[in-house]
Write a protein that binds this ligand. Structure first.
Ligand SMILES: Cc1ncc(COP(=O)(O)O)c(C=O)c1O
Length: 383
């Protein structure tokens, strides 16, 4: 029996039943894709029922489902619902943030050097006439990293909260205090942290956080959100705004067109992915029910157990043990990473292969028993 099941306070068996993947394999791959939960599946099936039998929701019901999802997201990060844009992925959120900043020609944007391609593609292709400077943040004090590149024209800093391969985490609280004082916008890709770690925007005073739903929030894919701190509403542009960025009371009167929302909601352009949004909200509700402090504590314990076990095996570990930890532990470089990854897959262990590295990313319903199973397989391979 897994150790945690003895803890009467924590119904791990009940939790695991919410995630059917736990019956199929040892899934340590949440930094790649989060598996669907039963509540999300049920919420989506309810939608399918409505769309197949009635073609659409009643207007009031539709808007209340959207509002409910928005407030669930807001609770997850301790924001206000009107600070949340429901998006399709992280990239869209980064795009909305950067293209609506009041930047002018020759302004400078500092971008974390080893961001995931999501940020990089948006920055490279959507900021004409803006100077981009790529800055190394990993293993450094983020404030010193920004200071070393400061000129009067630096207007925004863009970082990944958690580096997708190493799991290295940026101290956003400290960075945000600094950028706020200096009147520099801080734009964060939060997809590798939110859902695995507590994220409270009343403490971490970032301007924007873009987060896809597809990983630590269990999807479904094609969902996500952008948080915009309300202090920015007045100064932002109105690009990427559309007709559903306005509060339509219904869809029968087309003589009176409502004005756009004065807040983040104005960036929702048109007809929404309501099935995805329903599933997304159902998944976040699971996290809220268990409490992000508990979720983070469980992930931290599993991560510690993985790390210690890998150390005992003598595996090279890319992930530093600096606090605070994300949900990622990566080993490598390994000579035969590909072969080892294949062997793990054949043994029912799902993890990520990234070049010469293998990335392990447990969520809160994984167990120490599963860690031990992974370690036993690796020990046999190395022995
Ligand atoms: C740090 C990071 N950002 C973004 C993404 C994905 O971006 P998007 O949600 O736009 O597909 C990933 C992984 O796929 C990631 O690891």
């Amino acid at each position: 029996m897994d150790r945690e099941l003895k803890d009467p306070e924590f119904d791990l068996a009940g939790l695991r039943r919410l995630f059917p993947i736990t019956q199929e394999c040892v899934y340590f791959n949440h930094a790649a894709t989060g598996p669907m939960s039963l509540p999300a599946r049920r919420a989506i099936e309810e939608c399918i029922e409505v769309y197949s039998k009635r073609a659409e929701y009643d207007t009031d019901e539709y808007f209340s489902l959207v509002a409910q999802a928005r407030s669930v997201v807001a609770r997850l990060i301790n924001a206000q619902p009107e600070e949340i844009v429901l998006t399709h992925n992280t990239s869209q959120g980064i795009f909305i943030a950067l293209s609506n900043l009041p930047l002018v020609e020759n302004d400078v944007v500092l971008v974390m050097e080893d961001v995931f391609p999501a940020v990089r593609y948006i920055v490279d292709n959507n900021l004409p006439n803006i100077e981009k400077r790529f800055v190394s943040f990993i293993g450094k004090d983020p404030v010193e990293a920004v200071k070393a590149n400061m000129t009067g024209r630096v207007k925004a800093v863009v970082v990944d909260h958690v580096q997708f391969l190493s799991g290295e985490t940026i101290d956003l609280e400290r960075l945000a205090d600094f950028t706020r004082r200096e009147r520099i916008y801080l734009v964060v890709d939060g997809i590798q942290g939110i859902g695995a770690m507590e994220f409270d925007v009343s403490r971490v005073k970032v301007d924007f956080v873009a987060c896809g739903g597809a990983k630590w929030l269990f999807g479904p894919s094609g969902t996500g959100f952008l948080y915009i701190h309300k202090r920015n509403f007045e100064v932002l542009r109105t690009q990427h705004s559309g007709w559903l960025g306005a509060p339509w009371p219904g869809f029968e009167d087309f003589t009176h067109w409502p004005r756009l929302y004065p807040d983040a909601r104005k960036y929702e352009m048109g007809t929404r992915n309501i099935m995805g949004i329903r599933g997304f909200a159902a998944n976040i509700e699971i996290l809220l029910e268990y409490g992000m402090n508990n979720v983070q504590a469980r992930i931290t314990a599993l991560r510690g157990h993985l790390r210690r076990s890998f150390e005992k095996l003598g595996l090279p570990i890319l992930t530093s043990d600096r606090a605070p930890g994300s949900g990622i532990v990566t080993v490598g470089p390994l000579q035969d990473a590909k072969g080892l990854h294949r062997h793990l897959r054949e043994s029912g262990i799902v993890v990520s292969l990234r070049d010469q590295y293998i990335r392990f990313s447990p969520h809160f319903y994984n167990t120490e028993g599963e860690v031990d199973r992974i370690v036993a397989i690796l020990a046999r391979c190395r022995g």
